[in-house]
Ligand binder design. Sequence first.
Ligand code: S3P
Length: 172
Amino acid sequence: MKDNIALIGFMGSGKTTVGKVLAKLMDMKFVDIDKIIAASEKKSIAEIFEEKGQIYFRDLEREIIAQEALKNNCVISTGGGSILDNENIKRLKETSFVVYLDCTIECLYQRLKNSTTRPILNIAEDKRKIIEELYEKRRFLYEISADFTVKIDETTNIFDTVYIIKDAYILS
Ligand code: S3P
């Protein structure tokens, strides 16, 4: 069994919500990579993107993942774009059981359509289109990065998701 559980998946797939409940259930510490990045810069993620750009954000994301992946007994919630960098996946897989929250496009759209905190989606006028395009581009990366995948749609109960992950982790 690896030291940590890392959650990967598209924006809106529920990594933070599921991660918090899972951490409580497993008596593990909850670690939110975006939150650590924001705290380290004393800015919101949107402000970092706006003022410093995406490359700067991705560099910070890589640094923080490398640092946090070394800890143990943690549930690590990653940002949706973290799988774009091989280094992140490598670091996470070394110490963590990597779980992909595979949420349907419709469910993602419903959760994201009114979100204003995701800079990548804010630039687009047609949110559904950008979600579909990004989802298609990234799906394969989530799939090949994961040790375990859990399916999520509008009807999924969070506690079912959490118990499925717990059982898979214990058996791993
Ligand atoms: C991003 C996802 C966000 C955040 C940043 C970039 C992405 O995290 O890291 O806005 O590229 O998908 P969430 O997945 O927690 O929304």
